[in-house]
Design a protein around this ligand. Sequence first.
Ligand code: KG4
Ligand code: ZN
Length: 350
Amino acid sequence: MLVLGIETTCDETAAAVVRVDAAGKGEILSNVVRSQIAEHAPYGGVVPEIAARAHVDIVDLVIEQALRQADIGVNDLDAVAAAGGPGLVGGVLIGLTTAKAIALIAGKPLIAVNHLEAHALTARLTDQVAFPYLLFLASGGHTQLLAVTGVGSYTKLGTTIDDAIGEAFDKVAKLLDLPYPGGPEVEQRAKDGDAKRFAFPRPLAGRPDPDFSLSGLKTAVRQEAERVLAERVLAGREAGLSDKDVADLCASFQMAVADMVADRCRVAIKLFRIRFGEPSALVVAGGVGANQTLKRVLQATADATGLRLVVPPPKLCTDNGAMIAWAGAERLALGLTDPLDIAPRARWPL
Ligand code: KG4
Ligand code: ZN
């Protein structure tokens, strides 16, 4: 089975071809991601109108490259999948409409994939994880702990009560004057930093529900940054945070997030075992999953609770077409295809 996947929900224009063998094992034949970072960087974040226009400009080329690298044509495909939401609706419209056109012309089934479901199922492509599993999904707009018991079968155990984790990384980067996108930048700066210099809070630690809270942590980073700056001014030294200050703030923030996630995952593992039995793995998905400190801390949590930790490679944690193609293949195998008049969705909870 060969499936084309198209992803245009945010600031990456991506297309990929995934092949699934008779045993249900997936193989990525191509995975083309064209990032719009350069277009959005001057504005410090994603500008929806610019994103939509950039998707229009490049989506055909990205799809063509994905098909060429996989050495196939549209007639070889078994289905065309595109992210149907949630996301910036202008971008979703472009990817989904392009998928419809290809499906119509080639006479192939269309699958409108939920972008979050695609993140959720990626570990089944990379590591053949079996149901049920505990999923920690953390992207720019979502932070959730989910029990994944089947394709389309997700039970929310916990979520954020304010900001998403990726959003918190992006906001902390912004307040430290680091370039967009913030997550990878904060991780990079944190490498030279002292994670113990600033004692940031671990919000909701020890609470019995595995929810998250990020806004207080973000405020604490701002307050500490302001305090350091004020000390500088009082001491009559040059204004501005030093590289060392920024590195220490990033490292301390990142460690606070990782500790919070580990604590919340421990609670979720207990809840999961009570409600769903033994999970086959603790799986991480979404852009924040690319963070190596988080991975290290969660590995310790998984070891202590006797679970296998599965974190797809960074390129498959951040937005890509392969995850859309794979989720499309999973749905196709169950006969779950969509009509050509399906509408793009800005909001689409799992
Ligand atoms: O899943 P994703 O690529 O796009 C969405 O669907 O939102 O996630 C993007 C988010 C951004 O907030 C970005 O800052 C964050 O994931 N992110 C990271 C890292 N790489 C991306 N956060 C922390 N560390 C990283 N290495
Ligand atoms: Zn995403």
